[in-house]
Ligand binder design. Sequence first.
Ligand SMILES: *Cc1c(COP(=O)(O)O)cnc(C)c1O
Length: 349
Amino acid sequence: MYELNDKIKNLEPYEPISGTYQIRLDANECPVNLPDEVRREFAARLQEIAFNRYPDPMAGRLVDSFAEYYNIKPTLVTAGNGSDELIFLVESAFMQKGDKMLVVSPDFSMYNFYSSICEVQSASFLKGDSLEIDVDALIRTINRDKIDLVIFSNPCNPTGKGITRAEAEKLVSSVEALVILDEAYMDFWTESLLDKIEDYSNLIIFRTASKLVGAAALRLGFAVANPAISKAIKAVKSPYNVNSVSQAFGEVIYRQKETLKNRQKMIVNNKEMLYNGLVELCGARNDCTVYSSVANFVFMKTGCSREIWEYLKRQSIVVRLMGEYLRITAGTAEEVNAVLRALGAFFER
Ligand SMILES: *Cc1c(COP(=O)(O)O)cnc(C)c1O
């Protein structure tokens, strides 16, 4: 009788919230679909795909388009089947038995999930009540505990806080550990380290098409690193990890500079509106803290998180419940108004 091993026997498949809701503010997605003209261009590109052939293993045209959009060298970029694939790949390949990984907590839960599958030792560096990262303390911990790999999101999911370029550079240049900056939300802020990637021998940056770019359906993520690290990532990835349809569509999307710029402005505006509205509703209550955010969502702490979550869900609005916290994605202006109205009604009861 075959028995599952200890590390997987109690795992449950990932299930996002089920059911259909009018307003989805739970997954930090882009609230609007791609414009019609872009989708028409997809239709044309679909006609050109050789479905009988394996995809380009290096996703050359997609990577060129991504690199041009971010003004970096395409040779430093590896495409993945979502950044999720790249997180798993980098954690498993760049760590070996006995190595130590550090995560910063709270942060994206997948970092620890994948390390547990790789049977890698993982420690947590805890943020204080402000949810800001104390970079000097983080550097001391990494060096004192001889950490081999540190990974965190900047800006952070779920807190919405970020460290500046100067702080990120100080970190990378003060440790020997491999530093992985997950910049999934950096399209909403200004502190990317992408342009500095070649200055460091110990830095990998992840980007994704799932948030600002609004292509979560395609599963496109990117790892950016110096040539030596990029070569290693390309060597360990599975050869045909990004399918031809996602490659072709992604190539089209990263050429839509105007669309992406307008969308960025719209989402950042709506996030400010959401933040200001939440502060207005909750600011005077002592059981409630709203955190300022440089991402496309707002994080808040409240004594009645579950009651709020359930109340909103009954009105067909879903947000993310995380213990005593709620994370609310900035949707369209209408969606932001709707969630603020519903919250106002909740607090008035
Ligand atoms: C959403 C998100 C991603 C993106 O993952 P994909 O697999 O590219 O969709 C990566 N990191 C963080 C922290 C995220 O919140």
